[in-house]
Design a protein around this ligand. Structure first.
Ligand SMILES: Cc1cc2nc3c(=O)[nH]c(=O)nc-3n(C[C@H](O)[C@H](O)[C@H](O)COP(=O)(O)O)c2cc1C
Length: 189
């Protein structure tokens, strides 16, 4: 009997650990004015361990590269609307891909991440072979994140130098999907 309960608990824990995360619908207003956010935007690298709420995560990811019109266009532009970039989301509870259509996080692994949230900008080289386009498109996402973070009392840093191998492995990416930059976001320390 006891063994059965232990087995059931283990299965349940395994299922929970492997689960995707459904996000609440993003709130598309609020924060400080655009001009104040531009005036106060800064790279700030010190983060507390306090996790972001699911609502804030949803709002942040929508601001970064969410869907903003019925035809599927995004908050960040891409050359010829190719949309070669997607977002990986590294959380203490695992590594995920942001599914903007369904507003959820699709689990890729249970590998934990240090710090509240690191957003990996993933470049699909099959969709857009030119790195200069993928790089400039990434810059728009980075600026969206910087402005959202500033407007909502969060610190953030955009990075070109990071452990690519580790992030790629956590997200279990195929060869044609490359992590081009990361952007870490969290409450100030
Ligand atoms: C393309 C790019 C790459 C960057 N890479 C890193 C990085 O690898 N590590 C880091 O700590 N900051 C990185 N930064 C942040 C810059 O150091 C920062 O934006 C710069 O010092 C200006 O500060 P500000 O953002 O507060 O205006 C990067 C910024 C950009 C735009």
């Amino acid at each position: 009997m006891n063994k059965a309960i232990i087995l059931l608990s283990l299965i349940l824990c395994g299922t929970l650990a492997a689960a995707d995360i459904k996000l609440p619908p993003p709130v598309k207003e609020g924060g400080m004015t655009l001009r104040k956010s531009l005036a106060e935007r800064r790279t700030r690298r010190a983060f507390s361990d306090k996790p972001l709420s699911k609502q804030m995560l949803s709002d942040l990811l929508w601001a970064a590269n969410g869907i903003s019109s019925k035809d599927g266009r995004r908050t960040a532009p891409t050359a010829r609307n190719i949309q070669e970039l997607e977002l990986g989301v590294l959380l203490p509870e695992g590594a995920f891909l942001y599914d903007a259509q369904n507003n959820k996080l699709i689990r890729r692994s249970a590998e934990p991440n240090k710090g509240p949230v690191t957003i990996a900008i993933i470049w699909d080289t099959g969709k857009q072979p030119k790195k200069e386009y993928a790089a400039v498109d990434s810059g728009f996402i980075g600026q969206n994140i910087y402005l959202f973070a500033t407007a909502n009392g969060l610190n953030s840093v955009f990075k070109a130098t990071f452990n690519r191998k580790s992030v790629t492995e956590k997200l279990k990416l195929e060869k044609h999907r490359q992590v081009i930059y990361v952007h870490t976001v969290g409450f100030p320390k």
